[in-house]
Ligand binder design. Structure first.
Ligand code: SF4
Length: 181
């Protein structure tokens, strides 16, 4: 986690994802790391101009859908696709003590706490267990870099862990439960 706004990046405000959680989990299966994506990631990293264009596309898409701030180490698969970096305190392991009984953000009371949104989305899609995973501290050197390239290159493998340290990845099992939102 980090407690400062990043250079060139506006101070975070809670963002409500525009993509339903079910659709986001489905999209993840399309983008799941494999040898082809790994080769693409290596190719992009050897060509700075292409890498910049690719990263700009990622930024545009994820900013529109999730309020992404390009931390470069994406927590979305473990947070029901709710970006924790849009929390004004940028908390990656659950809400602060200031969240109101109605689930409102302490800093922006007109907005829902991103962690309340994450819990709701995880519960509705059968992924509540993902929120038990412990997010490790963010490497601030990765801000502005492509989280997709980092993921495909295997750099996200230790981004989070289970309480016992033996479950480094969240379940991406098929979703279940009632209607998405
Ligand atoms: S890359 Fe970082 S800032 Fe962007 S959606 Fe993922 S967690 Fe949020």
């Amino acid at each position: 986690m980090t407690s400062t706004a990043q250079p060139g990046s506006p101070w975070p405000r809670p963002s409500r994802p525009r993509l339903p959680a079910r659709a986001a989990y489905a999209l993840h299966t399309l983008l799941a790391a494999n040898a082809v994506y790994r080769r693409l990631a290596s190719y992009l990293e050897r060509r700075p101009t292409l890498y910049r264009w690719f990263t700009a596309g990622e930024r545009a898409g994820k900013e529109a859908l999730f309020g992404c701030r390009m931390c470069g180490q994406c927590a979305l698969p473990a947070t029901a696709y709710t970006c924790p970096m849009t929390c004004p305190k940028q908390l990656r392991n659950g809400p602060c003590g200031g969240v109101s009984p109605a689930g409102r953000c302490e800093v922006y009371p007109e907005m829902s706490c991103v962690w309340v949104t994450a819990f709701d989305r995880a519960e509705r899609t059968g992924h509540s267990g993902d929120l038990d995973l412990l997010q490790r501290p963010l490497d601030n050197r990765e801000w502005g870099r492509s989280s997709w390239v980092n993921y495909w290159q295997g750099r996200d493998e230790n981004l989070w862990t289970g309480a016992t340290g033996d479950n480094p990845h969240p379940s991406l099992s098929p979703v279940s439960g009632p209607a998405q939102w």
